[in-house]
Design a protein around this ligand. Structure first.
Ligand code: FES
Length: 152
């Protein structure tokens, strides 16, 4: 006669094994089904910077004036409208220690307020201590939609 509070070793292993197997099967089915369901709206992700802004939108109006500039913080890009009505976009983080740079319309260049490095309109270093250029981006402007597109 067996004691009710004990379980046969074979039965115990069978129960544990079935429970473990069920858990593993569920995990496998879950992960398999997650990776095999295709995205219904696939978006090509090239990893390259490409965004647009409306210069009439609140916060972007500095670009409505020649000589104005705007830092798009979440993209780490500074966009400038030159006095000659050209568009420039470069990376906004100084290559020395990462301080956000400013645009100087009169000299058509960029100044880092931290240690006064300067960069040309193409992003080249014109005054140290920065030694690496800024990344220059392409810019197009649509007068119909008042939209600037910045892209690599
Ligand atoms: S952080 Fe820009 S010059 Fe030092």
């Amino acid at each position: 006669m067996t004691n009710n509070s004990t379980i046969d070793r074979k039965d115990f292993l069978k129960q544990v094994g079935m429970g473990f197997g069920a858990i593993m099967l569920m995990n496998c089915l879950q992960s398999c089904s997650e990776t095999e369901i295709p995205d219904p709206n696939p978006m090509p992700n090239t990893g390259k910077l490409d965004f647009s802004i409306d210069i009439t939108a609140s916060g972007n109006t500095a670009l409505q004036t020649k000589g104005g500039f705007l830092v798009v913080s979440d993209k780490k890009v500074i966009i400038a409208r030159t006095l000659a009505d050209q568009w420039i976009a470069v990376s906004s983080a100084c290559t020395h220690q990462g301080t956000t740079i400013n645009y100087r319309a009169n000299s058509n260049d960029f100044l880092c307020p931290n240690h006064q490095s300067t960069f040309s309109a193409t992003g080249a270093v014109t005054k140290s201590p920065a030694s690496s250029p800024l990344t220059k981006y392409n810019v197009t402007f649509s007068a119909n939609t008042n939209t600037i597109r910045v892209f690599e």
